[in-house]
Design a protein around this ligand. Structure first.
Ligand SMILES: [Zn+2]
Length: 517
């Protein structure tokens, strides 16, 4: 067990820092925008103009209403408990469990839980190593390297970034582009969809520059920065009775509504429903619950989470899910649909919305992010300020931006663990034996290497720590995420029998989609 009392004290500064993400009014204006984009030249899937209309020319009535669910900061048992109290009991219209995006920072993160959360099908994204705004490259790339080394997350699976405090610059976006991220989600959609000047655009690429936060970020908008194929997924604010003067972006339930001085859950629920309805009855731009889960944890010592607020959020999600064609998704799932938009009648064909389960023998003793398999196999890395567990061997020192992948510590006599190589998938990789459980063509995976890391090294993962330049096996196939997030062309139905396409879930899904339309 972790020393909770000590962690509680140590986490207090993070708690204060976590009160980020507030906006108090519009972050852009028509004058500051200066945006132009030719939709005949900018076409899906790799280019999309900033637009309030749904992608692919679909009518709003043909479009699902997506609710994006994200969490930020360290991953610990009590933050996952907090997320689970909103999502674990829910399913999407296709019968699949809800997936979400966790923007993970590494101070106080327990790496084994990152592995588990990823293997359960959630998206792990980058939130810098030590939670700094306008981060240098080492903070952004170091997060990728450490999550790959100590949590076994494939480099290609870490696609997204959110800036701590939503504090980013043009340079931040350029760094993300250089490190081959797929998207950023730090910018605010700060004007209601009912306003003719709304900045609630569907996710778009920066081929023609940014179109959000034009008043906030120097050098942004009017065509800048041009980053072809790189996406912005705006964060969509809720608005209370004050309209454009009453935006609520992250953790809206922590704010007082309507200019009042005290938080009132009833008032929060009302404006969240009103904003949802405006999106739902309009162009169906996504809406988002952008959470710092520690505020709502009932298992974190020293945090007295208000049950009324937890119940209110669940009431909101219950209410939203009662309406047809509402899906709760991760950013990765949203973006996949935006790149390949299909009407709601065809959603049962969208691979990224399906649920897949890695087929690993329940009795196998393998440290792979599945709690039943990995029991008793975790290494405890007893660093004094924040201890953690991992499948992949303790480092000699805590990872830092200067050294995100320290060598393994074998001074206690433990054998070296093998890090995830580029051609195996997290649930199938045995880091103790250094063996991929599935070596056949049907379940061999290859990671797309990406140009990240110190000195622009072309990193592929693998090895045993201390260096990322020792790919241990020759890549063979395109890397296929087990959660089905690959483009359809890469994952034909039935082509990968080792990955169960959640047979029951898919069946229910087919029926569910059909009966809900
Ligand atoms: Zn944060």
């Amino acid at each position: 067990m972790l020393p909770y009392a000590f962690l509680a004290a140590a986490l207090l500064p993070i708690l204060a820092l976590a009160q980020d993400g507030g906006i108090s009014g519009p972050t852009t204006s028509p004058d500051a925008l200066g945006y132009s984009c030719d939709p005949t030249k900018c076409q899906l899937p790799n280019c999309n103009c900033a637009s309030t209309s749904p992608p692919g020319g679909l009518k709003p009535s043909e479009v699902p209403q997506f609710i994006v669910f994200t969490a930020d900061d360290a991953i610990q048992s009590y933050t996952l408990d907090s997320v689970n109290q909103f999502l674990a009991q829910r399913k999407n219209p296709n019968g699949c469990p809800i997936k979400m995006t966790y923007f993970t920072s590494l101070s106080f993160t327990n790496y084994t839980l990152v592995t588990d959360w990823y293997v359960a099908g959630n998206e792990i994204a980058d939130h810098t190593m030590t939670h700094v705004g306008t981060p240098p490259a080492e903070e952004i790339n170091g997060n990728l390297i450490t999550l790959n080394a100590l949590a076994g997350i494939p480099l290609s699976a870490i696609k997204g970034f959110r800036a701590p405090f939503l504090n980013y610059s043009v340079e931040t976006l350029q760094l993300l582009y250089k490190s081959q991220f797929t998207y950023d989600s730090s910018a605010a959609a700060s004007i209601p969809v009912t306003d003719p000047n709304t900045d609630a655009y569907w996710p778009y690429t920066l081929d023609n520059g940014m179109a959000n936060d034009c008043l906030e970020v120097p050098g942004q908008c009017k065509g800048q920065p041009k980053l072809p194929g790189f996406w912005e997924i705006p964060m969509y604010a809720f608005f209370d009775n004050l309209g454009v003067a009453g935006p609520h972006l992250m953790d809206p339930w922590l704010d007082a509504a309507n200019g009042d001085s005290k938080v009132n859950d009833t008032a929060t629920l009302e404006y969240m429903q009103n904003t949802f309805t405006a999106h739902y009855n309009g162009n169906r731009q996504p809406i988002g619950l952008y959470t710092h889960p520690i505020h709502l944890s009932t298992t974190y010592p020293g945090v007295n989470a208000p049950m009324s607020t937890i119940n209110m959020i669940n009431a909101f999600l219950d209410w939203a899910q009662e309406q047809p064609n509402v899906w709760i998704v991760s950013n990765e799932q949203l973006l996949d649909w935006v790149q390949h938009p299909v009407p709601v009648s065809q959603l049962n064909q969208v691979e990224s919305l399906k649920c897949t389960t890695p087929q690993v023998d329940a009795s196998a003793k393998i440290c792979n992010g599945i709690p039943g398999n990995e029991e008793g196999l975790l290494s405890h890395c007893a660093f004094s300020d924040f201890p953690f567990y991992t499948c992949y061997g303790c480092p000699t020192e805590q990872p830092s931006p200067a050294n995100p992948n320290p060598p393994q510590d074998t001074s206690n006599g433990q054998a070296m663990r093998h890090r995830l190589p580029s051609n195996c998938s997290t649930p199938f990789w045995d880091p103790i034996a250094g063996n991929c459980l599935c070596n056949s063509q049907t379940c061999t995976f290859t990671d797309n290497s990406r140009a990240i890391g110190p000195n622009g090294a072309n990193l592929t993962g693998g090895g045993t720590g201390g260096s990322f330049n020792q790919p241990s096996q020759t890549p063979t196939n395109q890397y296929i995420p087990f959660n089905g997030a690959a483009p359809p062309s890469l994952l034909p139905m039935g082509a990968y029998p080792a990955i169960i396409l959640a047979v029951i879930g898919a069946l229910i899904g087919t029926i569910g989609v059909a009966s809900n339309l």
